[in-house]
Design a protein around this ligand. Structure first.
Ligand SMILES: [Zn+2]
Length: 136
């Protein structure tokens, strides 16, 4: 990986596993300018997971789509952007436990998201359910 400030090569100076997020945090130091910055490694879910809808048609899992649906439900909150990012990470971590062979039912994603939103903000949960009535 190259430096985000000068595009020279970098080396890893520290690394930690993030088990909750199924990721790896790394601290990198630039061999050119000496700058230090962090990177986060996580699975490429859009390549690994397929979502099966009601018609049995499958599509790649798009995390941004999940994020947008959560963000739309949290828009009434001042820190919706940050909270939607954190909740999306939580939902993705929970999806990981139901992604057998990389295939996930769309209804499972909706149900997991509803449960997470309901615990966090009842208004957001109600908003989300209005746009995702399919699952129970
Ligand atoms: Zn640099």
């Amino acid at each position: 990986m190259v430096c985000v400030y000068c595009s020279k090569k970098t080396s890893v100076v520290n690394s930690r596993s993030q088990s909750r997020l199924n990721g790896v945090w790394r601290r990198r130091k630039c061999l050119g300018c000496g700058a230090v910055f962090s990177t986060l490694e996580s699975p490429a879910h859009h390549l690994a997971w397929q979502v099966k809808g009601p018609s049995s048609k499958t599509t790649p899992f798009i995390e941004d789509k999940l994020f947008l649906s959560i963000y739309e439900s949290l828009k009434h909150r001042d820190s919706a952007l940050v909270e939607a990012r954190q909740l999306t990470e939580t939902v993705v971590a929970k999806i990981n436990s139901v992604a057998h062979d990389g295939m996930i039912q769309a209804s499972a994603i909706i149900n997991i998201t509803k449960v997470c939103l309901n615990r966090f903000d009842k208004v957001a949960s109600t908003h989300y359910q209005a746009f995702h009535p399919d699952a129970d």
